[in-house]
Design a protein around this ligand. Structure first.
Ligand code: ADP
Ligand code: MG
Length: 694
């Protein structure tokens, strides 16, 4: 249960005075639904009203606060605005109002009275004026006017003043919280307490206060990072306490299979296998992530891991996110496992009736040692005699429950997650700190560097001709059309149109396929199979092609509107070529003019094929906000931490979280209690549950 102390922070924003359902919805859109979201809604700018020059010294465009005497009103006429002439003892200035009722203004600014007026000065025919001042207050209420106002990200229809007031209300409600950060670290860093930090972050005094590197912002970022590190450390600790199974191979099957590979494993493949074998041998549950760029040879590693399970007399299963990938894995694994006489079964939504019954029976009896499939593996009637290893390919495309559901079909089954999305180390630690990782850092030998070039879309005709010539010489080419979320239909239309045009050209006639996300999976498979086999030479596709497709003969990739793709995504796409021994070319077609970031993305792609390096650059270019890989890998968004600026904090938080848990595994001490508050504050409730569940 969340400590009561925090309840008011988790109340809806509509519990603030002055925030009804309508404003509540707007605030929710801009910041979030609860009071705590307003605390995390950090200002991105400020308005400084401290300047108070005399009227004769005003500058155009300046924001000023003036003490003025109201001299006279000039009511508006037709399109002429209402004007109020004021005097400060040195000169005259006009307050200008459009479409405002005169009687209201007469009450607010009665003739002969004095008022404090704040707003932006503009000169009109040499006369200073302020149109619709931001503030007009009587002298005895001067304290109502804040000399410096924070500026917040807004949404359409949400007035700045409303957000300011709502945030101020939220800050007022923040209860005093116990300190969860290590005292020594606080001192060394000069960090304020949480309450001081929350108050200060919403009262910036200068532009410098808006920088992520201030002590205030650093502290808040650390809280967020620390909460996530602590949460993953708890999950990890729980897993390590749980019983596992010790699975050890004999090497008999893997030796035969390896002999049939026809190539030697790379250094990193060997290391990954050794790490996996060591984990499986431990009487604890393995939870290991095998990260490797496209084409780095993860499948082979997965097979050798599965053989360890089989050699020990148990079974293994591999689950892929799509039918296409499952079939492709099945074909590969079947071929590779053959020399050892191991049957690999396939179970997807398409296996039905008798054959499916036989298959399910085979898994139940243990007759089938290895099965590859889709979500269909999770169906309740699929049971194993003894599942020792669950492999999840493209793991980020499954929900957490689905990932666990497969392992749960075994008794303390080990889990190997695989991902071709190279996740930067920093992100890896914040989100998957509880996983052990193996990385395949080198490509199998014999691959040539892909020739990557960028060209403006105006040269489309030229490029089509070049691709046509290459295809006539026997090459195979992918042609990628962008898929942008907002209007899938238009993008689809673009891909269909491109396919229509290309398919009509003599060079491609009858040899051009099309795949997109809206196709039935059987049709998709057929188009893919045609392209992989002898059916077609050109495959027009939307980004459905992104992951996993393996056609080594394909050597050309054209990406239309490359500027719309993220760096990591372009890298994934490009990984579809350069998989064989022939030289490959990737043509990035862009809409000119290219922005600075798009230009840099392209130059990084030209420079390197190292997915991890590209992921790091991607993170840097995006400043840690919306990292494309983030959404793809289902990482939680960070609101206070900026990974580009706060990266060094991650390692500190990581170490401290582990240290804390070694000393106080149940979070019982005084600091332990404070840490529980931290976890609840960042809604890591489930991590706290783990403390009890054990
Ligand atoms: P990934 O799943 O990581 O994208 P794959 O496992 O599909 O990569 O491997 C890509 C290709 O490289 C496959 O055709 C595979 O047989 C081949 N391959 C894997 N390991 C090696 C190696 N050590 N040497 C040569 N080729 C390899
Ligand atoms: Mg084990």
């Amino acid at each position: 249960m969340r400590p009561q102390l925090l309840d008011r922070l988790f109340a809806p924003v509509t519990t603030l005075s002055g925030v009804g359902p309508q404003l509540g919805r707007l605030i929710e859109r801009a910041a979030g639904p609860r009071i705590v979201d307003l605390l995390w809604h950090l200002p991105t700018g400020l308005v400084d009203r401290r300047a108070s020059p005399s009227v004769t010294q005003l500058e155009d465009g300046g924001i000023v606060t003036l003490k003025l005497k109201i001299e006279r009103h000039e009511p508006g006429m037709g399109r002429r605005p209402y004007r109020i002439i004021c005097y400060d003892g040195t000169g005259f200035i006009t307050l200008v109002y459009f479409n405002v009722k005169g009687d209201y203004l007469e009450r607010q600014l009665p003739k002969g009275s004095e008022r404090i007026v704040s707003g932006k000065v503009e000169f009109y025919s040499g006369i200073p004026q302020i149109a619709h001042p931001d503030f007009v207050v009587p002298l005895d209420q001067a304290e109502k006017l804040k000399p410096i106002e924070p500026v917040y990200p807004l949404t359409t229809g949400l007035p700045p003043r409303v957000v300011q007031r709502a945030v101020a209300g939220a800050v007022e409600r923040a209860p005093p919280l116990p300190e969860w950060i290590d005292r020594g670290l606080m001192q060394q860093r000069g960090w304020p307490s949480w309450n001081e930090a929350i108050a200060a972050v919403h009262e910036p005094q200068s532009e410098a206060d808006l920088s992520p590197e201030t002590r205030v912002r650093e502290r808040l970022a650390y809280d967020e990072i620390f909460a996530s590190q602590l949460a993953v450390a708890l999950v990890r600790a729980r897993r390590q306490r749980r019983r596992g199974r010790a699975t050890e191979g004999t090497g008999a099957l893997s030796k035969q299979v390896e002999a049939g590979f026809g190539f030697a494993l790379t250094q990193s493949q060997r290391l990954a296998i050794a790490e996996i074998a060591a984990d499986m041998k431990q009487p604890q549950q393995m939870m290991r992530l095998l990260q490797g760029d496209v084409g780095s040879g993860k499948t082979v590693v997965a097979l050798l891991a599965m053989l360890i399970a089989v050699e020990s007399g148990a079974q293994a299963a591999l689950m892929a996110p799509t039918e296409v990938l499952a079939r492709q894995h099945h074909a590969t694994l079947q071929r590779l496992a053959k020399p050892a006489g191991i049957e690999v079964a396939l179970l997807t939504g398409r296996e039905k009736g008798r054959p499916r019954d036989a298959l399910v029976a085979g898994l139940g009896s243990g007759l089938i040692p290895i099965v590859v499939g889709t979500h269909a593996l999770l169906t309740s009637d699929v049971a194993f005699r003894d599942l020792a290893l669950a492999v999840i390919d493209e793991q980020h495309r499954f929900g957490v429950e689905q990932r666990l559901a497969l392992s749960e079909k075994g008794d303390n089954c080990d889990t190997l997650l695989m991902s071709a999305t190279p996740i930067p180390r920093t992100l890896m630690m914040t989100a998957y700190g509880d996983l052990d990782t193996s990385r395949l850092v080198e490509k199998p030998p014999g691959r040539q560097k892909i020739d990557t070039r960028a060209m403006p879309l105006e040269r489309l005709d030229e490029i089509i001709d070049a691709v046509a010539r290459a295809v006539q010489r026997g090459a195979k080419a992918y042609w990628i059309c962008p898929m942008v979320e907002e209007s899938e239909d238009t993008d689809l239309a673009a891909a269909q149109e491109r396919h229509r045009i290309l398919a009509a050209m003599p060079a491609f006639r009858g040899r051009a396929g099309l795949v997109h996300g809206r196709m039935k999976s059987a049709d998709k498979d057929r188009a893919m199979a045609d392209f992989a086999g002898d059916g077609s030479d050109l495959l027009v596709a939307t980004t459905v092609i992104e992951v996993g497709i393996d056609v080594p003969q394909a050597t050309i990739m054209v990406v239309e509107h490359a500027e719309r793709f993220g760096l990591a995504q372009l890298h994934q796409l490009r990984g579809r070529i350069g998989r064989g021994s022939d030289a490959s070319t990737c043509l990035l077609l862009y809409q000119a003019p290219l922005g600075a970031v798009a230009r840099e993305r392209i130059s990084i792609l030209r420079e390197t094929e190292d997915g991890f390096r590209i992921a790091e650059e991607d993170l840097r270019l995006r400043g840690g906000g919306e990292v494309l890989g983030t959404r793809q890998s289902g990482l939680p968004a960070l609101r206070l931490a900026n990974l580009a600026a706060h990266e060094p904090l991650i390692a500190i938080a990581h170490d401290d979280a582990r240290l804390v848990l070694t000393r106080d595994p149940g979070l019982e001490s005084e600091r332990g209690q404070a840490l529980r508050t931290l976890l609840y504050l960042f809604q890591r409730d489930e991590a706290v549950q783990y403390l009890r569940a054990g």
